[in-house]
Design a protein around this ligand. Structure first.
Ligand code: PXP
Length: 242
């Protein structure tokens, strides 16, 4: 079982001030040094968090596989072809959304996705589709030529009672089994937290989890006290520590 860490939310904090900290590339190095198996960055068309420079630098500096999430647009295909991340995950993008709200609807425009896979094929090792756990979308992913899929786990994460959660878990398990039978790899992500990830880890067909928000949120709790004491030290020493 593998963990890939999404550092978009580090960039979100930086972009809130349009400054240079915290740098998601530094986060990428820490993610790698901490033993994560992969790094995830979503370069959105509106550049609301990750910037092109972040992806370029991360690809230069780190050795673990980088999974670039992106929309299937000519601009993004060009960027992926020139930067060559290990994996490209095609995701839906809605400018109004706070975060990716659901999986791709491949039946809406299968030719676009088929062509995008072809455009990326000779440059990108793994091409993945971010889809809901839905047999039709899994079969379409296979048909379109994807190497793997990533299940949007948002409905599982949002389940407010045990019965709904168990139903979503069964749905993801059955879909993961179908995908493996069809010979495509399986990842899962979105809304996964320290409280809800473990039942999913028992689904052997899922090889990797892609987790961002909860890890960055947890790092605030782990680091806040230390950060306050470090600043206290500067403020209260009246310049003596210079
Ligand atoms: N996988 C994909 C395709 C995503 O778009 C996101 C959110 O950016 C994630 C995983 C990670 O979701 P979260 O930040 O909720 O862990």
């Amino acid at each position: 079982m593998k963990l890939a860490v999404n550092v978009d939310h580090v960039a979100t904090i930086r972009q809130a001030r349009r400054t240079d900290e915290p740098d998601p590339v530094t986060a990428a190095l820490i993610v790698e040094q901490s033993g994560a198996h992969g790094l995830v960055m979503h370069l959105r068309q509106d550049r609301r968090h990750i910037q092109l420079r972040d992806v370029e630098l991360a690809l230069k500096l780190i050795r673990i596989p980088v999974n670039l999430e992106m929309a299937a647009t000519p601009e993004m295909i060009e960027i992926a072809r020139s930067l060559v991340p290990h994996t490209v995950t095609l995701v839906p993008e809605n400018p109004e959304e706070v975060t990716t709200e659901g999986g791709l609807n491949l039946s809406g425009n299968p030719d676009l996705y088929r062509k995008t896979v072809l455009d990326l094929r000779n440059r990108i090792t793994e091409i993945s589709m971010f889809i809901d756990p839905d047999p039709r979308q899994i079969r379409l992913s296979k048909d379109i030529g994807a190497d793997s899929i990533e299940f949007h786990t948002g409905e599982y994460a949002a389940a407010s009672d045990d019965q709904t959660r168990a139903g979503q878990l069964d749905r993801i398990r059955e879909c993961a089994q179908l995908a493996r039978q069809l010979g495509i790899g399986v990842r899962a992500g979105h809304g996964l937290t320290y409280l809800n990830v473990q039942p999913l880890t028992r689904i052997q067909e899922i090889s990797e989890f892609s987790i961002g928000h909860s890890i960055v949120a947890q790092s605030v709790w782990i680091g806040l006290s230390h950060a306050v004491r470090k600043m206290l030290n500067l403020v209260c020493s009246r310049g003596e520590s210079w």
